[in-house]
Ligand binder design. Structure first.
Ligand code: AMP
Ligand code: GLY
Length: 459
């Protein structure tokens, strides 16, 4: 959608006001703009709340919808209880609510072809087609792509036969990394220190099928070392726009101990990507990525989020994600000053070279508050107290702190826990240190039975 110049001028004015006033924009500011769009965000995590929070600042947004959403998204959008995996239900919702644009949060609907389905039905949607979303949904497909196009990654072998995989484990040196090929809720990767651990991982994945079909193929790869970081880049088929880097904290406990989780907290910028490394990521990962898309005839319009390890040899790709990260999005949206809708539309329409996002120079930190037992079994329905004191609508609250909901629900007028990761407490500060102090101060005012958090995010 091309915009006329006068509208652009008004937008710049409004965007400046939004930047100046933080998120406390007023309804009247929004109403002077048209045409406006109805937008549906699919998903129910902190990532989706953060995307809606950012979209709600856009003067071009009319109504926001979320499916299925959480107690936080309900404050910005109309929630509809359609699961993110019910593609037909989501399409019916988009049609009935006259949705102008749908933004897909999680990986499963992308892998299942939601973008293909919406496009075939004339609906505008953000995310890659299923053929390209395979870069996340199949690790062996991603490996082949990286090898073909010279993108640095760990040396690996792919197995569809368990006997051959076990024979490989017997002959290998350790540590070694065993990965289920498909989507396994972040649980499909085992760092095996010994042959026994590797063989157990292979048996569980390929013979006992603990990940279902996602584990019938395994990728066994070389163990790499170095700090990790998350890179996000919007890709419009031919061009890309790199976001500032972010760092996730994947293990459940302080000091990177305990089990792997979806992510217990993020900081942006991280300390891993400076000067030379950022240039190397462009030249060694992103440039060959878009050239590889062209060479393979693979269309990709959406978010590419490679997980990287900064090894002594340089940046190496651990995995490709074809969506926004969670909780990376929470810190990135706090730092994005430009209109997210402009960026998303430019990505869909192949116009990324004409937009330059503006970022807040300040640092952002997100602390995840999780349910007791996460990432194992958890109990839901615990009443959450203290939100009122810290949520940004409250005059007394620190304006640099924003709480993004993840596993929350409304029950009898109260906000209760409804999942493993419950809230993402985010703060901006002049430094990471200042941001983390503010975030922990707010996190400590929120209480629910079993509340679990890491104390070392950004430390
Ligand atoms: P992935 O889902 O592929 O990102 O893997 C999950 C986590 O496993 C990563 O965040 C890393 O901490 C670790 N990991 C994955 N691949 C490797 C590797 N080749 N070497 C060392 N650690 C790895
Ligand atoms: N935070 C990691 C992910 O979104 O996959």
């Amino acid at each position: 959608m091309r915009r006329d110049e006068s509208l652009k001028g008004r937008e710049q004015f409004t965007n400046q006001r939004i930047i100046n006033e933080g998120w406390r924009w007023t309804e009247s500011v929004r109403n002077i703009h048209s045409p406006v769009m109805n937008i549906l965000v699919i998903g129910s995590g902190g990532r989706e709340h953060a995307l809606l929070w950012k979209l709600s600042q856009s003067p071009r947004v009319s109504r926001l919808y979320c499916a299925p959403g959480n107690a936080g998204t309900a404050k910005l959008a109309t929630n509809h209880a359609v699961p993110a995996t019910d593609l037909q239900g989501l399409m019916a919702l988009a049609k009935s609510q006259l949705i102008d644009l749908t933004i897909v949060g999680p990986d499963d609907p992308l892998a299942a072809g939601i973008v293909d389905l919406f496009q075939e039905n004339g609906l505008r949607v953000f995310g890659p087609l299923a053929a390209a979303a395979r870069l996340e949904a199949s690790k062996s497909f991603a490996k082949e792509f990286m090898v073909r196009h010279g993108i640095p990654t760990a040396a690996s072998h792919t197995f569809s036969n368990s006997e051959a995989a076990l024979a490989h484990c017997r002959a290998a040196s350790y540590p070694l990394v065993v990965k289920a090929d498909g989507l396994a809720l972040g649980k499909g990767v085992v760092i095996a220190q010994t042959r026994e651990e590797a063989e157990t991982a292979v048996r569980q994945s390929m013979i006992e099928k603990v990940f279902g079909d996602a584990g019938s193929i395994v990728v066994i790869e070389e163990f790499l070392t170095g700090p990790e970081c998350s890179i996000h880049a919007l890709v419009d088929g031919t061009n890309y726009t790199l976001f500032p880097d972010a760092k996730d904290h994947k293990r459940a406990l302080d000091g990177d101990q305990g089990l792997n989780t979806g992510g217990m907290g993020t900081i942006s910028p991280s300390r891993e990507v400076e000067g030379v490394m950022a240039e190397r990521i462009r030249h060694e990962v992103m440039d060959p990525f878009v050239q590889g898309l062209a060479a393979d005839g693979l269309p990709f319009n959406g978010m590419l989020f490679p997980g990287l390890m900064m090894t002594p040899k340089g940046p190496m790709v651990l995995e490709f994600n074809c969506r926004f990260g969670d909780p990376e999005t929470q810190v990135l949206m706090r730092r994005l000053q430009s209109d997210l809708l402009d960026l998303i539309e430019a990505t869909i329409d192949g116009r990324l070279s004409s937009v330059q996002p503006v970022w807040d120079e300040r640092a952002a930190v997100c602390i995840v508050l999780a349910s007791g037992g996460y990432p194992g079994p958890i109990e839901k329905g615990k009443v959450i107290t203290g939100l009122k004191e810290v949520e940004v609508e409250e005059a007394s609250a620190d304006p640099d702190v924003v709480i993004f909901h993840a596993g929350t629900a409304l029950k009898n007028g109260m906000v209760v826990t409804n999942g493993g990761r419950v809230l993402g407490v985010t703060a901006l500060g002049e430094t990471i240190e200042e941001a983390r102090t503010k975030a922990y101060a707010a996190a400590d005012k929120i209480a629910f039975e079993g509340k679990q958090l890491r104390r070392d995010i950004g430390a």
